[in-house]
Design a protein around this ligand. Structure first.
Ligand SMILES: Cc1cc2nc3c(=O)[nH]c(=O)nc-3n(C[C@H](O)[C@H](O)[C@H](O)COP(=O)(O)OP(=O)(O)OC[C@H]3O[C@@H](n4cnc5c(N)ncnc54)[C@H](O)[C@@H]3O)c2cc1C
Length: 507
């Protein structure tokens, strides 16, 4: 009589960024018997979640923190037993600065992404001219658009709030988040709630005010305010989230330095060809160059062209959690149109420069969380996070840690500029803005080539077409930051959903 024992499922998760990690974790969480292989090209998993500790500083080389207004990041931390390690932003310094004419100005209080919740701070801000303020106030009376087609962020904001508010307030804020060209960035795929506000309430200002009133009434009834600040990080750094997942996955699950060269359906499963990675930089630090070390090259990723001699393994299902252009190269031989669609999602490159100082070196009081810089300033800096103001544990007493973002669609050359050119240029600019004296006591550059997918106008339709192509490939699921959100909670959600679909289809 044949054995009744259910055979364990073998599932390959390709790509060990947070999307792939979340997918692998969900698979073993829901089905402890399933045999998961997490295949990652680099020498480490986690992607842009990468903390280092040096000279007493805690340095986040990529991701700084994650948002708590959507639940998936917090939920995963809770399930991993990390809730007590969550750290809130410092309530003393929740202010953002905007640069105008080479000087720092406080962003008007209550200005949320692209809409004011309070009028008085907007009336009194020196960032806008009297005409710019008037145009902003007219938003209340501008009828909603009857168009239903997607629209660029720039067009939407100029239509609602006027050119000045767009250029001086919204463009710098959103460029810092999406590293994108706002003339191409889709409203529907990034901040669709603002279009919904326009449709439902006729005006963003009106919608925000209604939400504030409803919030105040709700707060009166609630026992306490929100448990977490809008953003949180982890006390031991965001790498501790990666470490906690890897620990839960168990030994042998993570196979780093393994590049997937080719995938192909075979019977009821999938063949996966792997070879040892060609993508290892000295010190297990691909893409990162220490300020004191020679520059390392950081090629964009694509599966290797050759798979002769690669190892072939059979899996019951595959979760593809690589960047979309890698997914495109892997799927193109199976469905040329699907491969082409995946390849059309552009990615921008960024670099993060981290500087440490003695507090006495800095003339500015640094009474905020960050600085954003409009394109009109023609600065190499996209944004600067006052890292140890935002989260005090990141610098020893008497020291300050600043993280500067460069590159993106606005200034792509900066992301690749040799360090000896980039560091002095950025530092000089920062020194002028913040009144810094002397040289930094610590510096480091982290490079992130082709890591920020660009959600251009029409992105939602493109993703729907990609997903219907993937549906025709049973046993394959797709997730990653290129599809339904670039933030960490969105990536976690995407990975977990992909894992659930795999298990549903196989049960
Ligand atoms: C500098 C920077 C700062 C950011 N800050 C924040 C922030 O503060 N908050 C926030 O919420 N989000 C932030 N983001 C966005 C967020 O970090 C990313 O969207 C997210 O980490 C993407 O995760 P992912 O797993 O989808 O992709 P990735 O991390 O890119 O993972 C894909 C993985 O696939 C691997 N891979 C590629 N090809 C192959 C192959 N052939 N075989 C095997 N493996 C392969 C890659 O090596 C990589 O590890 C930031 C991003 C950057 C770059």
């Amino acid at each position: 009589m044949p054995s009744q024992r259910k055979l364990s499922r073998r599932i390959a998760v390709i790509g060990g960024g947070i999307s792939g990690l979340a997918a692998a974790h969900r698979l073993v969480e829901l089905d402890p018997d399933c045999e998961v292989s997490l295949l990652e090209r680099r020498g480490r998993v986690g992607g842009a979640l990468w903390t280092i500790h040096e000279d007493g500083f805690q340095i986040e080389q990529g991701v700084d923190n994650f948002i708590t207004t959507i639940p998936w990041g917090l939920n995963l931390c809770r399930r991993l037993g990390l809730e007590d390690d969550l750290v809130q932003t410092n309530p003393k310094y929740r202010q953002t600065f905007v640069v105008r004419g080479g000087r720092l100005y406080k962003l008007p209080d209550g200005f949320l992404m692209m809409a004011p919740t309070r009028m008085w701070p907007l009336v009194t801000t020196p960032i806008l001219s009297p005409l710019g303020k008037l145009r902003c106030a007219l938003e209340y009376f501008i009828p909603p658009s009857k168009e239903t087609a997607d629209e660029s962020m720039a067009a939407f904001v100029r239509r609602r709030l006027g050119r000045e508010a767009y250029e001086r307030l919204v463009e710098p804020l959103l460029s810092a988040v999406y590293a994108a060209d706002l003339e191409k960035l889709s409203v529907d795929a990034t901040l669709s709630r603002f279009r919904e506000m326009e449709r439902e309430h006729g005006s963003l200002v009106r919608a925000m005010r209604k939400q504030m009133v409803a919030g105040r009434k709700g707060k009166g009834k609630a026992e306490s305010g929100p448990r977490f600040s809008m953003f949180v990080t982890l006390r031991r750094g965001l790498s501790s989230l990666v470490d906690a997942i890897v620990e839960r996955l168990g030994e042998g699950t993570v196979r780093s330095e393994t590049v997937v060269e080719r995938i192909c359906p075979a019977g009821n499963g999938w063949q996966v060809w792997t070879s040892p990675s060609d993508y290892l930089a000295p010190g297990d630090s691909p893409g990162v160059v220490n300020a004191s070390s020679p520059s390392g090259s950081t090629p964009g990723e694509s599966p290797g062209a050759k798979y002769d001699g690669a190892k072939c393994e059979l899996f019951d299902a595959v979760v593809l959690a690589t960047p979309s252009y890698v997914a495109g190269s892997l799927l193109e031989p199976l469905d040329a149109e699907l491969g082409r669609r995946l390849a059309t999602i552009e990615h921008s490159s960024t670099a993060v420069l981290t500087f440490g100082f003695d507090e006495s070196q800095i003339g500015h009081p640094l009474d905020g969380m960050g600085i954003v810089v409009p394109t009109a300033e023609k600065s190499p800096i996209l944004a600067c996070s006052l890292s140890s103001r935002k989260y005090v544990h990141r610098a020893p007493e008497g020291k300050t840690l600043l993280r500067v973002f460069v590159g993106g669609s606005r200034y792509p050359e900066a992301a690749e500029m040799p360090e000896e050119e980039l560091c002095p240029r950025v530092f000089d600019e920062l020194a002028t803005l913040l009144g810094i004296e002397g040289q930094p006591i610590y510096s480091r550059v982290a490079r992130w080539p082709r890591t920020m997918p660009q959600y251009h106008v029409g992105h939602k339709d493109l993703v729907a077409a990609i997903e219907s192509g993937v549906e025709k490939l049973p046993g394959l699921e797709l997730c990653g930051n290129a599809y339904h959100g670039v933030g960490i909670p969105d990536c976690i959600h995407g990975g977990e959903q992909a894992a659930e679909r795999v298990l549903d289809a196989r049960s």
